[in-house]
Design a protein around this ligand. Structure first.
Ligand code: BG6
Ligand code: MG
Length: 214
């Protein structure tokens, strides 16, 4: 086997909370009269909540905001976002992702999460994957968000693996850069795949089954 472990990003890879992020940021940006669209939204993928807010505020022209006001805006967005997460259930995990994960595990691979999100444990619980992964590294155990490799290096450490033995799976360009910065190969989906950011740029999640056998 080419790899011993796979580290998955969560939002946009395992499940599609990225649309909920977009809607919550859009509602906040509209309230602030800050132009925001899906092109700008692609820059938020993989980026921490506060760094995302700074990107939203690039088009904001209102009165200057204190750090306390910015923290309150990030909390407001997170509360809207978590309302959407409450609606999620195991039905939000596709058969393709569930079956591919089980098949990868059956090949002897260790499986981990490497997500910038502080909501990762809640999302995993909602979609029925609480306790499924061999390790979870997320926004709660890092101080630098993607494209810094910290979240993936921590995942490898939690697994007890050498980073070079781990494959990262990402939908964000910042996440693909983070994997490469950590000395890992990267398989991309979605936006990152469209940008050709990965060592493999996939159309569907199940392509991982052939990539690990190459
Ligand atoms: C990442 C998302 O998974 O988590 C980003 O791709 C998001 O868009 C980041 O900003 C932080 O998420 P949270 O849930 O901690 O606000
Ligand atoms: Mg993502």
């Amino acid at each position: 086997m080419k790899f011993k472990a796979i580290i998955f990003d969560l939002d946009g890879v395992i499940c599609f909370t990225d649309e909920y992020h977009y809607r919550a940021w859009k509602a906040l940006a509209d309230r602030l009269n800050a132009p925001f669209d899906r092109t700008i939204n692609n820059r938020l993928r993989g980026v921490s909540r506060m760094a995302s807010l700074e990107i939203i505020l690039e088009t904001y022209t209102g009165p200057e905001l204190s750090e306390e006001e910015k923290a309150a805006l990030a909390t407001e967005k997170n509360e809207m976002y978590r309302e959407s997460l409450k609606e999620m259930s195991p039905a939000d995990l596709s058969d393709e992702v569930r079956e591919t994960l089980n098949a990868l595990r059956a090949k002897g691979l260790k499986l981990a999460i490497g997500s910038s999100s502080k909501n990762a444990p809640f999302i995993l619980k909602q979609i029925g994957l609480e306790g499924y992964f061999d390790a979870v590294s997320d926004g709660n155990n890092i101080s630098r968000s993607k494209p810094d490799p910290e979240v993936f290096l921590k995942a490898a450490e939690f697994l007890g693996m050498d980073p070079a033995d781990c494959l990262v799976v990402e939908d964000a360009v910042s996440g693909a850069e983070a994997g490469h910065a950590g000395g890992m190969k990267v398989a991309c989906l979605g936006d990152a795949a469209r940008h050709g950011a990965g060592d493999w740029n996939m159309n569907s999640f199940s392509e991982l089954l052939t990539i690990v056998e190459e």
